[in-house]
Design a protein around this ligand. Sequence first.
Ligand code: KG4
Ligand code: ZN
Length: 341
Amino acid sequence: MSEPLVLGIETSCDETGVAIVRGSELLTDVTASSMDEHARYGGIVPEVASRAHLEAFLPTLDTALERADVDLSEVDAIAVTAGPGLVGSLTVGAAAAKALALGTGKPLYGVNHVIGHAAVDELVHGPFPERFVSLVVSGGHSSLLLVDDIATGVRELGQTLDDAAGEAFDKVGRLLGLPYPGGPHVDRLSREGDREAIRFPRGLTAGKDKERYAYDFSFSGLKTAVARYVEGYQDRGENVPAADVAAGFSESVAEVLVTKSLAACERNGCDTLVIGGGFSANSRLRELAAEEAEDRGITVRIPPIRYCTDNGAMIAALGSALVRSGAAPSSLDLPTDSGMP
Ligand code: KG4
Ligand code: ZN
């Protein structure tokens, strides 16, 4: 087969994404988001997200086909997020993908959303090296992956034991009275603070935890430490040094993510770290990763931010890699799995 034409569908959270790739060339990527509807609740409301996918799917698909100038009958395969994610949201995308596969007679590939966050980088920065480490960080996940083959050889080295990095930022944003989602606001505020003024704990980096949880993360103790610190000021009726809190907190998260990712590279003989997920917009993470990796001769690849947040391109990219690897398609009764490892 010449380079396969693959349609990718992503509906695991609040973004309805449809993209088309030919091989590893992105033809189009269209996203509709229901974030505005969730912002007033201060968090994602699963029922609202599911309904929004239902309403957005067909217009998003039509726009993608039109922009790529592709007829549905030309598509070689249909890839869809099978998990992890919100069960109702996943179900809408999977039902749509199955209907398209059944209607066109084309094979269906159910794919893992977290691996998709790494896979999308191939569309941007070209072929992957033989082996690399990927850090996937967002509001829902913080995982370290060891990748020998993006389609068939991905192993999870570790993940967060409690909050995801973005989630911790959103919670600290709320503590500091910033709008939801707080991540970008805390990041902006941190640039005005002194990152050495307050030293917050670095989760799972000391003592026995350092070896036992070498590639796992924990941000909930850090979040509690920040809450206690802020409450101390509030109890005394003093102004919270918000910029220093944001800077100290950001430093702790970035340092832990970067240290563990680079240790994973070095111990597994990898000279490339691919970072993905919406949290990779974080300025301190980018800065520290670039600095520390350069010292160790490791290349850091981060796709532009529009491909780091949830989108269809990541699913089309992984679907295309599966087709090219000769992997067997999924059956039409493909189950969704909200807790997919
Ligand atoms: O991947 P994404 O768009 O959605 C999820 O799958 O979660 O990631 C969004 C998460 C949110 O928690 C958001 O606050 C956080 O990433 N985030 C940031 C920044 N930009 C987005 N956190 C810290 N600094 C940023 N610049
Ligand atoms: Zn995601």
